[in-house]
Design a protein around this ligand. Structure first.
Ligand code: UTP
Length: 472
């Protein structure tokens, strides 16, 4: 870089009140300086200043009670008529899948801080018997779907700077789990700098400003910027099935969901589960000022949280589980005037260099991270469907190392799912006093993707003792 350009770059940061990041400049080697400059060039200072003003310097008082309305939800089919409608939707979804117009987008750019696993979360070993990783498990489902529908189902995997190389390497080391590498597209989301409690950038190395991924809302921008969306269009893809890496029960490309969404001409649709209890920390879908949106549990007033319908059910009960169908056309529309999802702020523990240049990992939140959420795009839809599903069949995320939403609960839920399928076809499965399947049971997606397929595959009685694995 020319001396003049360098001075101009430094001046921009100094003028923005961020000159402290050059504290160690004189100590840096030419390579470190180059690396640092490269990072600084990627920082959108105008955006940063706007966010600092809005969330740190001059934060708005928390909104009072927001005006909310529950959404219309396609409920789990109970009546004959509802079952017929679901069947109809399934046919539509299957047809679309057969015609090769559906792609899968997996978001795996998060840092998985709560799980505390060293490496991308997708590498975490999760299945109850074979301990397959989340990535392998998802890959096998996609492979099974390709075989079922006899079409390529391109898979777009979003990573971020912190886990991109490790993720790609992992897939390469495992021969892409038998999927054609040409049908797997890795793309990387952008990073955003965090700031301390005074709005100042944070150095986590002498030549590096601390940054974090820009949230799963960054998917939309990254799909466009990486060329993934163009790739989809070139392949004739019309619809995207979107999911998150940590949900072990994900029914990838559920034809019923695809069908309802497509039939309605919806731009972006969501699956929901009914909340376990009023205080469950799950965002709910509702209308806020006439716009469809997800209201985070922390923004829901106690009154709304506990509000009930005449039949006793919770009024705001459509718990968002981050499974969406998104039209390719809608992604283009969303980005037509640039990236416009709103930013959210989170008070977090952020590693920093102390006065002596030593890296400190704080035990208390010391700064702010900014991120965007994909569900905020719901506000911009003209049509959207919301479909309720059974939590025990479709939603069990691995978020924490122990306790709720942990590997242990994910494995319990997988054993219960597969045990339940076996029971439906007449196999006796041991259960404990809580009703949970009491031995490890695992059915590979390559053996059966659902109970219907399982019933066709099992032609003679099966025996097992301490565990059961059914694989190809
Ligand atoms: P979470 O918000 O649960 O974050 O992400 P996380 O990174 O998995 O875990 P914590 O909060 O640090 O403990 C939900 C999904 O969204 C993806 C994650 O990879 C996960 O699949 N995600 C999240 C991204 O792809 N990018 C982001 O910037 C944030």
């Amino acid at each position: 870089m020319e001396k003049g350009e360098l001075e101009a770059l430094k001046k921009r940061f100094i003028d923005a009140g961020q000159g402290h990041i050059f504290r160690y400049w004189d100590e840096l080697s030419p390579e470190s300086r180059q690396k640092f400059i490269h990072q600084l060039q990627s920082i959108d200072l105008d955006l940063l200043q706007t966010l600092v003003q809005k969330f740190v310097i001059n934060p708005a008082a928390k909104q009072g009670r927001i005006s909310l309305l529950p959404p219309k939800v396609i409920s789990i089919p109970r009546t004959e008529e509802q079952k017929q409608r679901a069947k109809q939707a399934k046919l539509v979804g299957e047809k679309l899948l057969h015609s090769g117009k559906v792609a899968v987008v997996l978001v795996a750019g998060g840092q998985g801080t709560r799980l505390g696993f060293d490496g991308p979360k997708g590498i975490f070993p999760i299945t109850p018997v074979r301990k397959k990783s989340l990535f392998q498990f998802h890959a096998e489902k996609i492979l099974a779907l390709r075989r079922r529908y006899q079409v390529p189902i391109p898979w777009y995997i979003m990573t971020s700077e912190s886990n991109d190389a490790a993720t790609r390497q992992y897939f390469q080391d495992h021969d892409f789990f038998q999927l054609p590498p040409d049908d797997i597209f890795f793309f990387t989301q952008s990073m955003l700098p965090a700031v301390d409690e005074k709005g100042k950038l944070i150095l986590d190395a002498k030549d590096h400003v601390f940054t974090s991924p820009n949230g799963h809302g960054g998917t939309l921008l990254a799909l466009v910027e990486s060329g993934a969306l163009e790739d989809m269009k070139a392949r004739g893809i019309e619809e995207i099935f979107y999911f998150q890496v940590d949900n072990v029960l994900i029914k990838i490309c559920d034809p019923i969901f695809i069908g309802y969404h497509h039939q309605a001409g919806a731009e972006m649709s969501s699956k929901v589960v009914s909340k376990r209890d009023p205080e469950e920390k799950l965002g709910v879908i509702g209308y806020q000022n006439g716009k469809l949106t997800v209201i985070e549990y922390s923004d829901l007033s106690k009154e709304d949280m506990y509000a009930r319908n005449p039949d006793g059910s919770l009024k705001y009960n459509a718990g968002s589980i981050a499974i969406h169908m998104i039209q390719v056309k809608f992604v283009e529309k969303e980005l037509a005037e640039g990236f416009r999802l709103p930013y959210h702020v989170a008070h977090k523990k952020i590693p920093f260099l102390d006065e002596s240049g030593k890296l400190i990992k704080p035990t208390q939140p010391n700064g702010y991270k900014f991120e965007t959420f994909i569900f905020d795009a719901l506000r911009d839809t003209t049509t959207s469907i919301i479909m309720e599903v059974k939590r025990e069949e479709e939603f069990s995320p691995v978020k924490n190392a122990t306790g709720e939403d942990s590997p242990a609960t994910a494995q319990r839920d997988l054993c219960n799912l597969y045990g339940g399928w076996l029971e439906q076809i007449g196999v006796v499965v041991p259960r404990d006093s809580n009703g949970n399947v009491s031995i490890p049971v695992e059915i590979s997606p390559l053996f059966a993707l659902d109970v219907e397929e399982l019933s066709q595959r099992i032609t003679k009685p099966i025996t097992f003792d301490t565990f059961l694995y059914l694989g190809p």
